[in-house]
Design a protein around this ligand. Structure first.
Ligand code: SF4
Length: 366
């Protein structure tokens, strides 16, 4: 498959790794922002092929992982209502809230449906005018355009029975929060290629300049990842702190400006809570006042629900690059993908899940 197969070619990957070994002269800590990148790195074993001084830490870019527990509890409360058809991407159904998950709601008779797009949820609303249809609108800049478009479509079709439970986050705010935190160890970022495909790379330029941190836009195949790491290391070794694009086949400076316009029409930015991390200024998207009628949290009056994280879970520290999954005393026992205690073990993009699935154990990680 063009643009995929060649980026998985072991020969090319090993050539790039050899170059990486050649240029590294001292230790560096690099964070891959996206959970998809974490998964690809651990699955392909890249983390175990890097020069000893290169430490990869895993960032907060897993939407399932950072959706606040309170939002999950809001989802459960809404989904239990008899008049509601609750629609969601499949990976949210297993994420535990304070008292169960969406699969459990469905098993107990709730009408919870998996959809592949919010536009499918709009269609369900059209076909069920006597029911309330809610879509669980989670994610980063990648999902925001379709979520915004679904609201535009619902209004265009005159649907009053459609709403979004919104937990939309924006990556730059989280990167700033990590860099500004007192225990920060991150010296360079691999920015998430798919987020940048929507937003472009220009919004990272001020971050690179302000915090003197290299940011390399990086894809998801093994060769993409090694190239991204290599470009970040070259910057660190030479004292540069710039935004570079290692994923030009998908990412441009300005991104998809049409999609950005749809998002701006429906959403406005605001402070947002990130699960395990806390509230990050200007890191979330909320429905604008003129679209508030489509806000499920308001419609079903669940905005007041507050919850506390399980005390043992250190996912927040993992998502900020301070700890590894194998540092958690619950990793593997009792916390497993089948019996997850925290969201980073639920999602395949979560660092704990990836470590568990691909057999990382405490002794194997230096
Ligand atoms: S292993 Fe489980 S309990 Fe520990 S940080 Fe990961 S998700 Fe949380």
């Amino acid at each position: 498959m063009k643009h995929v197969t060649e980026f998985r070619d072991p020969r090319l990957v090993h050539t790039a790794l050899s170059e990486l070994h050649r240029v590294v002269t001292r230790p560096h800590v690099i964070m891959e922002v996206c959970g998809g990148q974490t998964h690809a790195i651990v699955r392909s074993g890249l983390d175990q092929l890097l020069p000893a001084g290169i430490e990869l830490v895993h960032g907060p870019g897993c939407p399932v992982c950072v959706t606040p527990l309170a939002t999950l509890d809001q989802a459960l409360a809404i989904a239990r209502r008899p008049e509601v058809i609750f629609t969601s991407y499949g990976d949210m159904l297993r994420v535990p809230g304070s008292d169960g998950d969406l699969f459990g709601v469905r098993a107990a008779g709730g009408d919870v449906r998996v959809v592949y797009s919010p536009l499918d949820a709009v269609e369900i609303a059209r076909k069920n005018p006597d029911r309330e249809v809610v879509f669980f609108a989670i994610g980063f800049e990648t999902t925001a355009p379709a979520n915004a478009m679904s609201v535009l479509m619902a209004r265009r079709r005159g649907l009053r029975n459609y709403s979004l439970l919104v937990s939309q986050m924006c990556v730059p705010g989280a990167m700033r929060a990590i860099l500004a935190s007192p225990g920060n160890r991150v010296q360079a970022f691999l920015a998430a290629g798919h987020v940048c495909a929507v937003m472009g790379w220009r919004e990272y330029v001020p971050i690179a300049a302000e915090y003197r941190v290299p940011i390399v836009v990086t894809g998801f195949e093994p060769l993409d990842l090694v190239h991204g790491i290599l470009m970040a290391v070259r910057q660190l070794e030479t004292g540069r702190a710039e935004v570079e694009n290692a994923y030009p086949r998908a990412v441009s400076e300005r991104g998809n400006e049409g999609a950005q316009g749809v998002v701006r029409e429906v959403f406005q930015t605001g402070d947002h809570a990130w699960r395990g991390i806390g509230v990050i200024p200007d890191s979330g998207l909320y429905l604008r006042e003129e679209w508030r009628a489509y806000d499920a949290a308001t419609r079903f009056d669940v905005g007041h629900l507050q919850t506390a994280e399980p005390a043992i879970c250190i996912a927040g520290e993992i998502l900020q690059g301070r700890r590894r999954p194998t540092d958690c005393p619950a990793f593997g026992d009792p916390c497993t993908p089948d019996r997850p205690l925290g969201a980073t073990m639920v999602s395949p993009e979560g660092a704990c899940h990836a470590y568990h699935r691909y057999g990382r154990v405490r002794e194997a990680i230096p």
